[in-house]
Design a protein around this ligand. Structure first.
Ligand code: GDG
Length: 457
């Protein structure tokens, strides 16, 4: 490919080696393709109309700043209080405010104008996630005909849930100006195509792509993964126990940003049910790491309180002087410690109510000792369940189902653990993150170029 790769994501990567998954996923591709990464600073301040160029990385980083009002309305508002709950089947939490959508559109418009100034004709753009759904539309309005790909990291909303938006048809229009829309799973692709099937403006072509106005859009699944070898390496280094002298004899691990989509209260309740049903005799611990996010959004304050209550109440009911059933850590821990924690655990609990993929599930599998692996208990509503079919798949709404999966995991014979782990490990390798980015970019390069006429003014 001759042109440069321009990646746009919500946050600009911090420094040369940030821990974030997306940076690991794209660092090589962007460095090889003489690329540029565009993203917002974490802190709001005075709005910028042109990018700041940041030093210190092998690829170019261009940062922009949001005002405090844009941060509230565009980021916490439309992105995280409308689109996030909408895509995670929580329409009850959607907060519709006219200023949220106004600023969502104006931030995307401003960003498009800033991108136009640095864009060259053969550059390819790869836009990430729900913060930028209308970015291609805004770029097309400015006459940009470059290939533009989009990847949605979270679930694609159902047709019924989309009708919660005041103008549901805008969603299809936003995506229609991309050349390629990448989604996590086959089920996401099916929901996206269902949306276009119901839209009289869309026409299906024989190869399955969607013609919308002058643009032809491909919708494909590209299940994201992890950097498998580097994860195996950090997990198999003989590190001291992260618990020091307080390591529980048997523990189950949970690792999630503290988000209502991750089903952590259900998990705690199911662990309580398991203890009630006789599990307490085995004295296992549930070690839950849950770093805070989006703390200014009320739904996140509510779930933080709910978790503290459930953990406190279960510990009060079951703890003994020498055993605390739930160790709940509401803080971020070091990545190295995480790998060791996964490896020493007997099982992992991933009980998302809805989840684009869930990388924790894949990290846990990669971190295991193949000779004596722990067991993954995985929600059937996480995208990862499409590939990790030999995990113990559970319905996260069913407390008894999770409770019995915990019991089964802790009792599982070694040969069954090995067999299930070997199967899951193959699936984790098949979706290694370097394959994910190469495959997406290869398909984007082959997409039909856009005629320079905007489809949906
Ligand atoms: C979105 C989608 C999709 C968590 N706590 C700590 C920590 N983490 C790391 C995990 C993992 C990452 O954060 C979380 O990734 P997930 O995939 O589980 O979830 P989201 O953050 O919601 O990500 C999701 C993903 O995008 C990629 O497309 O899979 O469905 O929602 O890597 O390890 N890392 C450290 N300390 C912690 O305390 N160091």
């Amino acid at each position: 490919m001759a042109g440069r790769l321009i990646v746009v994501s919500n946050r600009i990567p911090e420094g040369p080696n940030p821990a974030g998954g997306l940076v690991v996923a794209l660092k090589d591709a962007i460095t090889e393709k003489n690329g540029t990464w565009i993203g917002a600073y974490g802190e709001p301040g005075e709005a910028t109309d042109s990018f700041d160029e940041l030093e210190g990385t092998p690829y170019r980083r261009l940062a922009f700043r949001l005002t405090a009002e844009e941060h509230s309305n565009y980021y916490l508002g439309f992105a995280n209080s409308v689109l996030w709950p909408l895509c995670h089947r929580r329409v009850d939490l959607v907060e519709l405010q006219p200023e949220y959508e106004r600023d969502y559109l104006s931030v995307n418009r401003r960003l498009a104008a800033m991108i136009l100034r640095i864009l060259k004709p053969d550059d390819m753009l790869w836009i990430h996630d729900y913060h930028f759904l209308p970015l291609a539309q805004e770029l097309r309005r400015l006459g940009v005909s470059n290939r533009i790909g989009f990847f949605l990291h979270i679930p694609f909303p159902s047709h019924a849930d989309l009708s919660v938006l005041p103008q549901p048809e805008t969603f299809a229009g936003w995506l229609a100006d991309y050349n390629l829309v990448g989604l996590q799973t086959g089920a996401d692709v099916a929901r996206c195509l269902e949306m276009y099937r119901a839209d009289p403006r869309a026409e299906f072509l024989p190869d399955g792509s969607v013609k919308f106005g002058m643009n032809i859009l491909s919708v494909r699944s590209f299940p994201i993964g992890i950097d498998v070898d580097s994860f195996i390496e950090s997990a198999s280094r003989s590190a001291p126990s992260p618990f020091g002298r307080e390591e529980p004899a048997k523990y189950i691990i949970g690792v999630d940003r503290l988000d209502y989509s991750k089903g952590i209260p259900n998990r705690f309740r199911a662990f309580g049910r398991f203890l009630e049903n006789g599990g307490a005799e085995k004295r296992p611990c549930l070690v839950q790491i849950a770093p805070p996010t989006r703390e200014r959004v009320k739904a996140y304050q509510d779930i933080t309180r709910e978790l503290e209550e459930i953990a406190g109440s279960l510990n009060g009911q079951f703890a003994t002087l020498d055993w605390t059933p739930i160790r709940y850590i509401h803080r971020q821990i070091e990545r190295e410690q995480l790998a060791t924690l996964y490896r020493r655990a007997s099982a992992a609990l991933v009980t998302s109510l809805a989840d684009g993929m869930n990388l924790v599930a894949k990290e846990f599998v990669a971190a295991q000792d193949p000779e004596d692996p722990g067991v993954l208990i995985l929600s059937k509503f996480a995208g990862a369940a499409e590939q990790l079919t030999e995990a113990l798949l559970v319905n996260p709404y069913d407390t008894d189902d999770i409770a019995s999966a915990i019991d089964r995991a802790l009792e599982m014979p070694l040969d069954e653990r090995r067999r299930r782990h070997a199967f899951c490990m193959q699936a984790v390798r098949r979706t290694d993150v370097s394959l994910w980015s190469t495959q997406f970019l290869r398909v984007l390069e082959r997409c039909m170029p856009t005629l320079n006429l905007p489809s949906s003014m």
